[in-house]
Design a protein around this ligand. Structure first.
Ligand SMILES: [Fe+2]
Ligand SMILES: [Fe+2]
Length: 487
């Protein structure tokens, strides 16, 4: 077993589960692929199956859930999203696609599982010959006939592949937007009415859990909603957007549901201390004078005071206190409040400070009509050097939101206008998303088609050249129109 077992911190536990999950996927893929090639049993298949059984035992011992979930092209073990290492990339894609083709959403393994059960299962998910695809009910019947009771296969639910029917996409977006606006209402209570934290803590947690569920289910809807920048209600939108961005980045890093909830809550509360700053100072156009600026720089400390006064001592609350204090501190301890001793910033404060800066830089404000495009904002953060923001987090963030995030309105050199419907996370392809056309070159409205900017012409050039982005608030008359265009 791995040496990490000796270290029982939550991070070490997650790393251990990730490692075992990867191993499981690799062995299952070997079983399925190899048994497709050979009649009868083969030594490679037997070895891989025996290893997979051992891995599942180790996973249980490490507190992991022996359940493999398929979400789009990703795999999850229990609550944790698996990221393939370089060598495992093909195994991941292969297994996710095989299971998705059958209509499986998750596969669970009980402790009575034997290597022979796994071999039987592997043969069923990729049968030899050019036969038509096995259906989920056929797979279940075949498992029962073979007496394999230790493997349960759940149906795929709530997945929205690119080609999903629009009603389905619409339902997921509607659910996400209900949750987003509920979170805005909670943010208004927190930051507007100035209720004590103890009174709003439970509803905040509920709202954040819903956001976490939406991101886990399908993150693009919430990322598109976070493009909504309400000029008048900046602080409320900002807090929820920072929560959405933080949760999405946390999910990309493989955090489990509980950690994502704590992270989202920390993000939602990060500017709580601003409730102690007079509104005139918060909304003053132009630069703040020295006195106001000194006052503004105290909001992290005010936030800590308010969170501590709630008297809640859960781990999540303690992490929120840390984030409230540190979200304007940079890695070299520049920023504010002033601190004397050097200590590495914790992961949550690092994530929230990236999400916070990104949302602030990409939003128009009372005192600043223009704002940066997402890739410009990320570029500016990286340009400040590794001593300010954690470069790995900033780069990961760019992969999470994309150079042109979902919901960005873009114009091509042909004059056509479209809305980004899906980002491309492949290295080197971040600036080539899928776009649904909204208007032709003469400005006449269109309802599609969807074009994939990753595709190239015979000379390897993109099919269309993107020349400008347009603020969704300038293009769509209302938020409803914006949301409708996303489906
Ligand atoms: Fe702040
Ligand atoms: Fe902020």
């Amino acid at each position: 077993m791995n040496t990490l077992v000796a270290d029982s911190t939550p991070d070490a536990r997650i790393r251990e589960i990730l490692l075992l999950g990867r191993r499981l996927v690799r062995d299952l893929a070997v079983c399925a692929r190899t048994s497709r090639l050979y009649e009868g049993e083969n030594v490679t298949v037997r070895r891989a199956a025996a290893q997979a059984v051992e891995t599942l035992d180790a996973l249980r011992a490490a507190g992991g859930e022996p359940r493999l979930e398929i979400v789009g092209e990703h795999l999850r073990i229990g609550d944790t999203r698996l990221k393939p290492d370089a060598a495992g990339h093909h195994a991941f894609r292969y297994l996710a696609r095989r299971l998705a083709a059958i209509g499986a959403g998750a596969v669970s393994f009980s402790p009575s599982l034997s290597a022979a059960d796994l071999i039987g299962f592997a043969k069923l998910i990729d049968p030899p010959g050019p036969a038509r695809e096995t259906t989920l009910s056929e797979l279940r019947d075949a498992l029962a006939t073979a007496g394999i009771q230790a493997i349960t296969v759940e149906a795929a639910r709530d997945l929205i592949p690119v080609t999903a029917p629009r009603e389905e996409k619409g339902a997921v977006l509607a659910r996400a937007s209900g949750r987003y606006f509920r979170a805005i209402r909670v943010a208004r209570e927190i930051l507007g009415r100035r209720e004590p934290v103890s009174r709003i803590f439970a509803s905040s947690k509920r709202a954040v859990r819903e956001l976490v569920d939406s991101v886990r289910e399908e993150e693009t809807s919430l990322l598109a909603l976070a493009r909504i920048k309400n000029y008048d209600e900046y602080t409320f939108n900002h807090s929820v957007n920072v929560a959405v961005y933080s949760i999405a980045l946390g999910q990309m890093l493989g955090l489990d549901r509980r950690s994502l909830t704590e992270l989202g809550l920390s993000a939602l509360f990060h500017d709580l201390g601003k409730t102690a700053i007079p509104r005139e100072v918060l909304n003053r156009p132009g630069r703040l004078d020295a006195e106001d600026w000194e006052m503004m720089k105290l909001h992290p400390v005010f936030g800590v005071e308010q969170l501590l006064s709630a008297g809640i001592t859960s781990r999540g609350m303690m992490r929120s206190v840390l984030v409230a204090f540190r979200h304007h501190l940079r890695r070299d301890l520049s920023g504010y409040p002033e601190v004397r001793h050097h200590r590495d910033l914790d992961l949550f404060s690092g994530i929230v400070s990236v999400a916070d800066t990104f949302d602030a830089l990409t939003t128009r404000r009372v005192y600043r009509r223009s704002c940066l495009l997402p890739h410009e904002a990320v570029g500016r953060m990286l340009a400040r050097g590794p001593d300010t923001y954690e470069p790995a987090l900033v780069k990961m963030f760019l992969r999470t939101v994309g150079v042109f995030p979902v919901g960005s309105v873009v114009r091509f050199d042909s004059g056509e206008v479209g809305i980004v419907s899906r980002t491309n996370r492949t290295e080197g392809m971040l600036a080539r998303p899928r776009v649904r056309l909204l208007a032709d070159g003469r400005g006449l409205p269109l309802d599609g088609p969807e074009i994939d900017l990753a595709e190239s012409d015979a000379r390897g050039n993109p099919l269309r050249k993107l020349v400008a982005t347009i603020d969704p608030a300038d293009y769509f008359p209302s938020i409803d129109d914006y949301l409708r265009s996303l489906v």
